[in-house]
Design a protein around this ligand. Structure first.
Ligand SMILES: [Zn+2]
Ligand SMILES: [Zn+2]
Ligand SMILES: [Zn+2]
Length: 66
């Protein structure tokens, strides 16, 4: 596997991290400080795939105390 992908070689703005799509939050990238737009990501994950339950929290209660 090469360290440089085709987009790297072409000098295009892109990200090698996975963009995580949340149901009730902004999407976030696995790369710290990633500034690439969503479309610049090769890999996209549903937040439930990483154990996030923001969609459940949003559906049950917005004000969970305790
Ligand atoms: Zn690349
Ligand atoms: Zn989430
Ligand atoms: Zn990224």
């Amino acid at each position: 596997m090469s360290l440089r992908c085709r987009d790297c070689a072409a000098g295009l703005e892109h990200c090698h991290g996975a963009l995580i799509h949340h149901a009730y939050r902004r999407e976030e990238c696995t790369e710290d400080g990633c500034l690439s737009p969503p479309a610049a990501h090769d890999m996209h994950l549903d937040c439930s795939a990483i154990g996030c339950e923001c969609d459940h929290v949003g559906a049950v209660s917005a004000h969970r105390v305790g």
